[in-house]
Design a protein around this ligand. Structure first.
Ligand SMILES: *Cc1c(COP(=O)(O)O)cnc(C)c1O
Length: 401
């Protein structure tokens, strides 16, 4: 079954020049694959769906994941605004606000929304204490009702969000004075888990263990360090909860690998069509800046998508696209700069492609893979950025079976 969420093909006379097929069965497969890596059956999975589920569309992705999750599995986003969208779809699930509150208003919204949240800086403790002082019974009943978990985030070497151990100790001391018990978690984030040869992961693990022994943590405290790279490559770091993001969407964070190497299935299959086929002679240039000069007579395919749709402008000559022609699927490498609305590709080794033929820019189609990892590598970026940067102009078409 195919449904449109953000736009509808039937409302226009022609199919759009670019669209993304979003395979929700693949999201479910990838979530279950993440869980199959876990070293303990008690370890829970917290699916990261920030930034509109990495550009895939948060509501349909959350609904699809909810169907295959266990009772203790949950979601994570960055802001409370994102969390409220997720809560609307799955009111019965925990949703973690990973940035925590940055103002009194945000603190109230998180408490009222029954969200799990992160405290990564001392000032956020004051936000909580101020809220409690303003309305002790209201906050208490909201917290008791939601059983919201507070995650204390410590810095173990990433040096982005996270407090030093002495601050964590002060926060724990203040929490122990409260007239009610908050379910707690201890969390940290890894900086180099995508690189098996980097020693920082081991150092961060040791720092986390050190914190565990130095802090007097209540027995019920859960622990988490691993995101996708930790799940795939660092089983000793799985702990009580893992936080898969990119792998749910079928790409791998691991350097030098592509999603299918991990058994992941692509979720976003970005497609367009040939809108023209031209001929240039040897010595002619193609596109802006005339940076590409054809060495031979060439059939040039023009594809109806560009950086205005989210295709990376820095993708170099030779980056692969796949074209579904009457005679079968062919590889067509980029020739000339990426423009806002168009790409040009070399079709000199093919005689069958014609305007209207479908083109795959990344993902999977017609039994062929064109991993987002490969396109990202070619363009000097990461699949996270490709997915998040897909623009509003590209309708998402949800495929549920
Ligand atoms: C984004 C994020 C994740 C997910 O990371 P992936 O590499 O996409 O799996 C996990 N934890 C935190 C704190 C994050 O910000």
């Amino acid at each position: 079954m195919v449904t449109m969420a953000e736009s509808d093909f039937s409302s226009v006379t022609m199919p759009p020049h670019a669209w993304a097929d979003i395979d929700l069965k693949a999201v479910q497969h990838n979530f279950l694959l993440a869980k199959s890596h876990l070293t303990s059956p008690l370890c829970r999975a917290c699916a990261v769906v920030k930034s509109n589920a990495y550009g895939h569309g948060v509501q349909p992705v959350v609904a699809a994941l909810d169907q295959v999750m266990d009772a203790n599995d949950q979601f994570a986003v960055v802001s409370w605004q994102e969390a409220s969208v997720v809560k609307e779809v799955v009111p019965h699930r925990r949703v973690l606000v990973m940035r925590g509150p940055v103002s009194a208003d945000e603190m109230s919204a998180i408490l009222a929304g029954g969200m799990d949240w992160v405290i990564h800086s001392r000032y956020q403790l004051d936000l909580l204490l101020d809220c409690i002082a303003a309305d002790p019974s209201g906050v208490k009943s909201a917290l008791v009702k939601s059983e919201a978990r507070l995650w204390i985030k410590i810095n173990t070497g990433m040096n982005r969000l996270g407090m030093p151990i002495k601050d964590a100790r002060a926060v724990l001391a203040a929490l122990s004075e409260l007239p009610f018990i908050l379910p707690l978690g201890l969390m940290s984030h890894l900086a180099t888990a995508d690189d098996l040869g980097d020693t920082l992961t081991e150092i961060q693990f040791l720092a986390f263990q050190q914190a565990e022994t130095e802090l007097v943590l209540p027995e019920y405290t859960l622990k988490t360090m691993a995101a996708s790279a930790g799940i795939l490559s660092w089983p000793q770091l799985h702990m009580d909860m893992v936080r898969p993001g990119i792998m749910l969407y079928g790409a791998t964070p691991m350097m030098g690998r592509v999603g299918p190497d991990e058994g992941l299935r692509p979720v976003m299959n970005l497609k367009s069509r040939l809108v023209a086929i031209n001929h240039v002679r040897a010595g002619d240039s193609i596109g802006y800046g005339a940076t590409y000069v054809s060495e031979h007579d060439m059939r040039v395919g023009v594809i109806g998508l560009g950086y205005g749709d989210g295709y990376p402008r820095h993708a170099p000559n030779g980056t692969r696209t796949l074209v579904a022609t009457e005679q079968g699927v062919i590889t067509a490498p980029l020739a000339g700069r990426v423009s806002m609305d168009m790409l040009t590709v070399d079709l000199s080794h093919d005689q069958s492609a014609k305007p209207g033929d479908e083109v795959l820019l990344w993902g999977q189609a017609w039994g062929h893979d064109l991993p987002a990892n490969e396109i990202a590598d070619a363009a000097g970026t990461i699949p996270y950025e490709l997915f998040c940067r897909l623009t509003q102009r590209v309708p998402r078409r949800y495929i549920r079976s």
